[in-house]
Design a protein around this ligand. Structure first.
Ligand SMILES: *Cc1c(COP(=O)(O)O)cnc(C)c1O
Length: 397
């Protein structure tokens, strides 16, 4: 069967692939410690589940407007005002089947054959593929580790060409956990404004920040960017609701309308009962977030410390999200018997096979010197897993 040319660059998500492999090993009875998780390990808070049950009981089980119900769009507007001091109207909001779907719709709406989209690397795995699917060309700009995995205004400038259409910003970042300060955003914003580029700002980890880090949306920092930015956010990470599939986008009305049309011709509306649950998530009690953060923070501190204590490994201390992204290049060149550890893929394979620990190779995020470990797993697992990793790396010759 001959697939369309469009599929030439499309790969399955490597993060989902690691989780699947670890799950399969577990099913065979192997005691695998998984650091692959891309979702909080906590259950969805009770009050949110109850709202969904009530929606079911109330018979709220039919199609809704393609772009989401008005009540939820209004709640999203209130959230933007309260958290980001941004004024959006319901006509500037789209509710999608997850933030991922909002992002997909943005690229479909904005990017055409030949357009370039600048993506800082390490990047969330889906951005380049989504650009390819829209017919565009991802242009990767390295966010250097010595600059805390952030791109500077200079890095950005040097990658802009007449074909550049948009810039993707993800702060706090998956996979690095790095987050941009107000000043850094201001510097990027000036270039983006001057060059008239669209900005796609993925703010899904907005609430998952540590050490009193002050999160800013780039639009809050530079309000002039509001007409050329689409902000993406959602309930998946903040409220442990990955399976509910609700995300949202805020941006200029004409872009949101185009995205809504794409959605209406592809998936129609996000699930009715999940929208009601998300309405409760945004408008109900918020203390579930601080409980989660406290636990994440404990694990983060421990994990960074343990990783930094392993010879050949150095780990940046992330300001947000729930991942560490240690540099493991110091281990490359060492051997286990016949096998040489030469890159992130061979190290990840070695850890899985020798000590049954699943990590994600950095190469999938555009950073082959690193691996990603999620701390969205119990403290006990983290302790056990790090003992195993340390042992496995120390055994290399
Ligand atoms: C998890 C994640 C998403 C997608 O979240 P959903 O709302 O579950 O689709 C988008 N961007 C980044 C950076 C993520 O880590």
């Amino acid at each position: 069967m001959k697939l369309s040319k469009r599929m030439a660059n499309i790969k399955p998500s490597p993060t989902l692939a690691v989780s699947a492999k670890a799950k399969a090993m577990k099913a065979r009875g192997i005691d695998v410690i998984g650091f692959g998780a891309g979702e909080p390990d906590f259950d969805t808070p009770d009050h949110i589940k109850k709202a969904a049950v009530k929606a079911l009981d109330d018979g709220f089980t039919k199609y809704t407007p393609a772009g989401g119900i008005d009540e939820l769009k209004k709640a999203v507007c209130v959230k933007f005002k309260k958290d980001n001091n941004l004024d959006y109207e319901p006509g500037e909001i789209l509710v999608s089947c997850g933030a991922k779907h909002s992002l997909y719709n943005i690229f479909q709406a904005l990017v055409y054959e030949g357009d370039e989209v600048i993506i800082p690397s390490p990047y969330w795995v889906s951005y380049p593929d989504m650009v390819y699917l829209a017919g565009g060309t991802p242009v990767i700009v390295t966010a250097r580790e010595e600059n805390d995995f952030k791109v500077t205004a200079e890095d950005l400038s040097s990658h802009i060409t007449p074909k550049t259409k948009a810039f993707v910003l993800n702060s706090p970042s998956n996979p690095t956990g790095s987050a941009y300060t107000r000043q850094e955003l201001q510097e990027l914003a000036q270039i983006l404004l001057k060059k008239g580029l669209m900005v796609i700002s993925d703010e899904i980890y907005e609430k998952i920040v540590y050490d009193n880090f002050d999160f800013y949306s780039i639009v809050t920092v530079e309000p002039k960017l509001k007409d050329s930015t689409v902000i993406v956010n959602g309930v998946s990470k903040t409220y442990s609701m990955t399976g509910w599939r609700i995300g949202y986008a805020a941006g200029p009305g004409d872009i949101i309308k185009a995205m809504t049309n794409i959605q209406s011709q592809s998936t129609s509306n996000p699930t009715s009962i999940a929208q009601i649950a998300s309405l409760e998530a945004l408008t109900g009690p918020q203390d579930c977030i601080s409980d989660m953060l406290q636990e994440f923070d404990k694990r983060r501190t421990y994990m960074v410390e343990r990783l930094n204590a392993i010879p050949g490994v150095s780990c940046f201390s992330p300001q947000g999200a729930f991942y560490t992204f240690p540099n493991v290049a110091g281990v490359y060149g060492r051997r286990s018997g016949d096998v040489e550890i030469s890159d992130s893929t061979s190290l990840a394979a070695y850890l899985l096979e020798s000590v049954n620990v699943a990590v994600v190779a950095g190469v999938g995020f555009g950073a082959d010197d690193n691996i990603r470990l999620s701390y969205a797993t119990s403290f006990e697992n983290i302790e056990k897993g790090l003992n195993r990793i340390q042992k496995a790396i120390e055994q290399l010759q």
